[in-house]
Design a protein around this ligand. Structure first.
Ligand SMILES: Nc1c(N[C@@H]2O[C@H](COP(=O)(O)O)[C@@H](O)[C@H]2O)[nH]c(=O)[nH]c1=O
Length: 157
């Protein structure tokens, strides 16, 4: 059965990028995936000062609102790099937090879908036919975690 998730307080909310699971990337701590993801939009741009504000945002909602603000200019290569940015930070989240890695592994082979009513790129959108790229990344992280689990005992022996 397909597993749908969206808001961090709903079932499987730990799969949401807004869930309160901090990560450290290149020595910098970020309070949630969303903070890191939104900040990457402005690397090397004239609006790079906004990165600090996103980093310090009190909530993921605030970080997203800053990152989506039409007044700030996103880096020109954003569309081509955003999938890799997301892959890297979501992998780090599940490598860091064992308790949610176990929840992810407990979903077995089920299809994971970000049930966003508006987002047809990261989620499935209102029509449920969107690209679901966040769900795909999570399923990828799940198979990587499973491989690690299987390979670890072999590495010891
Ligand atoms: N979970 C979740 C959302 N979905 C998240 O929004 C991000 C996409 O942002 P952007 O590329 O700026 O459109 C991405 O992390 C996606 O998973 N959006 C929300 O407003 N609330 C939420 O609870």
């Amino acid at each position: 059965m397909t597993i749908y998730f969206y808001k961090s307080w709903q079932p499987y909310g730990c799969f949401s990028n807004f869930s309160p699971h901090g990560i450290t990337i290149e020595g910098i701590y970020w309070p949630a995936v969303e903070h890191y993801y939104q900040a990457q939009k402005f690397l090397g741009t004239k609006d790079k000062y906004i990165i600090n504000a996103i980093h310090n945002a009190k909530t993921p909602e605030e970080a997203a609102a800053l990152g989506r603000h039409p007044g700030y200019k996103v880096r020109p290569d954003w569309e081509s790099v955003k999938i890799n940015v997301m892959r890297k930070v979501v992998l780090e989240k599940f490598n860091t937090h064992k308790e949610i890695r176990e929840i992810l592994l407990s979903t077995g082979k089920e299809i994971l879908v970000e049930n966003s009513p508006t987002d047809y790129f990261w989620g499935c959108g209102a029509s449920k036919s969107g690209q679901n790229n966040l769900g795909k990344i999570l399923m990828d992280v799940r198979s990587k975690s499973l491989k690690n689990l299987i390979l670890k005992p072999l590495a010891i022996s």
